[in-house]
Design a protein around this ligand. Structure first.
Ligand code: HEM
Length: 158
């Protein structure tokens, strides 16, 4: 199998893994906050940073294979995808990861105070934003590869 074929197969799997992990962190947080005991919330908040051990390599590999597939292409859709992903990276590194480490530290000592819930609310909103940005990036990808054709012109993909 050539490197191009491998990258084309791996990229959507890695992208799907990234999106799946972020959705599961978000849903586990929401469900535990709404229905769980403080122990469940503490468990979820402590587990999420461990999940970064999967998320970070998957993100790097999705970025690497994506950049490789993009090559010298300069399609309008690729610009849109890259713009969205830059915002997602900024939000992830600047808000979501620091919030996850902060909330894990607070939850470990049972400090479910006003600051915890303020940061938790910000994290849920920023997380929803990243899920939207990554979902739109996946849609841009499906349009770029030609799997999703509705509303896409040839010029958008070139
Ligand atoms: C985690 C973020 C990402 C997600 C969720 C994602 C998702 C996807 C998906 C679902 C596809 C469709 C693949 C197919 O139909 O087989 C795709 C294609 C594509 N992605 Fe990404 N991607 C991500 C990051 C990137 C990055 C950083 C780049 C590079 C700038 C990139 C460039 C591309 C290109 C060029 C294609 C079209 C490949 C082709 O024509 O076969 N992606 N992406």
């Amino acid at each position: 199998m050539s490197a191009a074929v491998l990258a084309r197969h791996l990229h959507p799997l890695l992208g799907g893994m990234v999106l799946g992990l972020i959705v599961s962190f978000w849903l586990a947080t929401l469900v535990s906050e709404l229905f769980g005991t403080p122990e469940t919330v503490a468990w979820v908040k402590t587990a999420i940073p461990w999940g970064f051990l999967l998320l970070v390599p998957a993100l790097a590999a999705a970025g690497g294979t994506g950049t490789w597939l993009a090559g010298r292409r300069s399609a309008r859709l690729l610009d849109a995808k890259q713009r969205r992903l830059r915002w997602a990276a900024l939000n992830g590194l600047g808000v979501l990861m620091p919030a996850a480490f902060f909330l894990a530290a607070k939850a470990r000592v049972g400090a479910f105070d006003g600051v915890f819930y303020a940061v938790q609310s910000i994290e849920l909103i920023a997380g929803a934003l990243n899920i939207a940005l990554l979902t739109l990036s996946a849609r841009d990808g499906l349009r770029l590869s030609g799997r999703l054709r509705a509303g896409v012109t040839v010029a958008d993909r070139r």
